[in-house]
Design a protein around this ligand. Structure first.
Ligand code: SF4
Length: 254
């Protein structure tokens, strides 16, 4: 459920956590990254529970954000980059995200959203046309593991992935590797085959689990259930990346 309060008549307002003007990992080239607050998932490893679970941030108008983006537009174009809307999840504030995407395309910028896809049904065809690339997190292949890990069902994410594939929309798959939870080689093999079969996945990022956000859970008084889980050994990370490489994702990174 999104909690946008705007009516159709007013200019879209969004809750912005932060911005980064020179991002280099969330899409091609040098990018302006807009981090929005709020998310529909409750990932056990979320490193930003302070802005994803609790809606914190600064309320800004889309026009204000677009004016800030315009200051970097020439540089981003020259650097082969663009704008990435991340979070949280940008689809938690679909009307605001839609306005930012449209405004970026009007400035001739490459656009990207970084999403779990759980709210993919909120993206209509017009909005999809303003998105050049989707960074899609598929957090587990086994539906039961997925549900247990993020507290929401997997299917909406797969529905969105298949819609992106049908539209020929470029996609980068992101997979967080958590020892003991998402490291089952058979499940990863099924995910890799699925991704290869979609036909629109250009790259796979395997992201090793880390403990960076642990203190935020504690500050919020939330139970952090992965306190005893160590980051994956390089050998495990390599073996998981190898599964993706064997399915045609030579560009498998991280
Ligand atoms: S999808 Fe991302 S922002 Fe949302 S809960 Fe999971 S890790 Fe946090």
């Amino acid at each position: 459920m999104n909690t946008e309060q705007n009516s159709e008549e007013t200019a879209p307002l969004g809750l912005v956590h932060s911005v980064e003007s020179c991002g280099t990992v969330d899409g091609p080239g040098v990018r302006f990254i807009l981090f929005l607050s709020g998310c529909s998932l409750r990932c056990r490893y979320c490193h930003n529970p302070d802005t994803s679970f609790v809606r914190r941030g600064k309320e800004r108008s889309a026009d204000d954000v677009l004016e800030e983006i315009s200051r970097y537009a020439a540089f981003m174009k020259a650097a082969g980059g663009g704008v990435t809307i991340s979070g949280g999840d940008p689809l938690f504030q679909p009307r605001f995200t839609r306005a930012i995407l449209k405004g970026c395309k009007a400035q001739g910028l490459h656009t990207c959203i970084d999403t779990s896809g759980h709210l993919g049904a909120s993206v209509d065809d017009e909005m999809l046309a303003d998105i050049d690339l989707v960074l899609l997190d598929i957090k587990a292949w086994n539906p039961e593991v997925y549900q247990e890990l993020v507290k929401q069902p997997l299917q909406p994410t797969l529905d969105f992935a298949e819609r992106l594939a049908a539209a020929g929309k470029p996609m980068w798959l992101r997979y967080v590797l958590v020892p003991g939870i998402t490291d089952n080689p058979a499940d990863v093999e099924k995910l890799a085959r699925y991704a290869a079969g979609l036909g629109n996945v250009q790259r796979v990022d395997v992201l090793p689990f880390h403990q960076i956000g642990k203190f935020k859970w504690e500050e919020l008084g939330l139970e952090y259930t992965l306190a005893d889980v160590e980051p994956p050994e390089p050998q495990l990370t390599n073996s998981i990346k190898e599964i993706f490489r064997a399915n045609g994702f030579a560009d498998c990174t991280y």
